[in-house]
Write a protein that binds this ligand. Structure first.
Ligand code: SF4
Length: 490
């Protein structure tokens, strides 16, 4: 008797296309997956766009096929065979044990137009394969498909408010490309079945671990069994994958002659030495900074489906800031802004920041993100341009100074504030923060907190975590500056 063909969904086929080992692990060792807040955020973003699509393509009589493995294929068949002449969401089809759910089916003369909805802002190559899989299953199931399109987010859309998302999605007809990929789908299916039914595919790590999606099995596949895992050498993932294939798991085991970039040479050299490299340049520059000194950090959100009128998809919208103010004697004051009412907070945020930052003194930031955020505020509120531009002129970026003058082996190739801080003060480690910082990103925490369905106790908990997290960022900057100014290299 022939072996039963394993069930596969479209997303499993896309996994097999990215890496057969990924599919194998998803099927047999899901316990090894590490789902990051970013991955969860992407997933949630996809749902929001799906909801907008239903609003956009829906009619008074449109229906959604409920997610139930036992009934969804039969329910779809019943609707189609019953002569449905209205849009169907999540119509489900199965062919050769490949199960797909179509985001939108729209009746047209001669058949059905299919629309796949994505939260991206352009058509990517793998979207064509995605559509090809849908098309293959639907046509082989007997559905007369007239065309298949991909609808993605238009990042130039400006939300007018009142739930009006007309124009948020733009459609691209991919019928020709998807039809042309029919054989590729059939070939992919063969590989996917082998990955599922056979032993774990022998696939080395490399660029594909993050393309097109960040793989959830990286902590399993990339070496973690050493003090200085090779991924910390940075640079191209393809080159790092080559090291792993040669059995090199630790930065210390790399052949020095194989390293060409100056940054990697530095990481290698300092790691081999086993001691941090602290150059005197940072100290000189920081000692020269006048007082009062302001340490500023924003938290932003960037939802694909805009929340507030006048905002664009994925634009970084500031919703919170923290500022430590340091006087000449070392005395510190703290000011902050966070509004969880759900109303647009940007104007009040800008006004309070202008008042808190005074007229003079350097405004320290870590990376130039803060500058971009303030430029965004100028765009939103041209009448505040003058005071905001004055703040921009006072900005002072700590990141390049730190990068040029400091490296500790435990930073594992990263100069992010999260990597630097515990190496200069082990008591201050973002990993010790619970909730926001480790478990979830600040932007997800903010969005959950302003959701009217979030209960008061949870909202309060999120408020405390958000305030503590943003404050920690500016404390970290103070700590970094103090470290440098008090540390005299030998
Ligand atoms: S981490 Fe890389 S090698 Fe491992 S399963 Fe994922 S994509 Fe494949």
């Amino acid at each position: 008797m022939a072996a039963r063909k394993p069930y596969l969904s479209k997303s499993r086929l896309i996994s097999a296309w990215q890496c057969p080992k990924k599919l194998h692990l998803e099927k047999h060792h899901s316990e090894l997956a590490v789902i990051t807040p970013q991955m969860e955020s992407l997933f949630a973003g996809g749902h929001q766009v799906g909801d907008v699509a239903q609003q956009f393509y829906g009619t008074a009589d449109s229906v959604e096929v409920a997610f139930d493995f036992k009934t969804m294929v039969a329910e779809t068949k019943q609707l189609i065979d019953g002569g449905a002449d209205f849009p169907i969401f999540e119509a489900t089809f199965r062919h050769e044990n490949v199960l797909i759910r179509a985001d939108v089916l729209i009746p047209e003369p001669g058949g059905w137009k299919v629309v796949e909805v994505k939260a991206s802002t352009s058509v990517k190559d793998y979207h064509k394969l995605d559509c090809a899989i849908q098309l293959w299953v639907m046509r082989e199931s007997g559905l007369p498909v007239t065309s298949i399109s991909l609808a993605h987010i238009n990042n130039q859309f400006v939300y007018p408010g009142n739930g009006d998302y007309d124009g948020l999605l733009v459609e691209h007809d991919l019928t020709e490309e998807a039809t042309g990929l029919k054989q590729a789908v059939v070939d992919l299916l063969v590989d996917a079945r082998e990955a599922v039914t056979g032993p774990m595919p022998d696939r080395n790590v490399g660029t594909h671990c993050n393309k097109p999606y960040d793989c959830q099995f990286q902590s399993y596949c990339w070496p973690q069994d050493t003090k200085y895992p090779i991924a910390g050498l940075g640079g191209s993932k393809a080159k790092l994958g080559e090291y792993v294939a040669l059995g090199v798991h630790d930065i210390l085991d790399v052949d020095e002659n194989s390293i060409t970039s100056a940054t990697q040479q530095r990481i290698y050299r300092v790691t081999c030495k086993g001691e941090p490299e602290i150059l005197d340049g940072a100290r000189q520059q920081l000692l020269a900074l006048p007082y009062p000194r302001y340490y500023l950090d924003f938290e932003t959100i960037g939802p694909g489906v805009p929340i507030w009128p006048g905002t664009r998809p994925y634009a970084a919208i500031p919703v919170q800031w923290s500022c430590h103010i340091e006087e000449e004697g070392g005395e510190l004051r703290h000011e902050e802004f966070l509004d969880l009412s759900g109303e647009p907070p940007m104007r009040a945020l800008a006004e309070k920041m202008i008042a808190s930052l005074g007229d003079s003194g350097p405004v320290l930031m870590y990376t130039n993100y803060e500058q971009k955020v303030i430029e965004g505020l100028i765009e939103m509120f041209p009448d505040l341009a003058s005071p905001l531009e004055k703040i921009i002129n006072r900005l002072w970026d700590l990141h390049p100074i730190v990068k040029e003058n400091y490296y500790h082996p435990d930073m594992l190739g990263s100069w992010s504030i999260k990597a630097v801080l515990p190496t200069i003060n082990p008591q201050m480690d973002y990993k010790k923060l619970e909730g926001i910082a480790e478990g979830m990103g600040a932007s997800d925490g903010f969005i959950e907190a302003i959701n009217p369905e979030t209960d008061m106790a949870r909202k309060q908990e999120l408020e405390e975590q958000l305030l503590r997290y943003c404050k920690f960022d500016t404390e970290a900057m103070v700590e970094i500056v103090r470290f440098y100014t008090h540390h005299k290299p030998a």
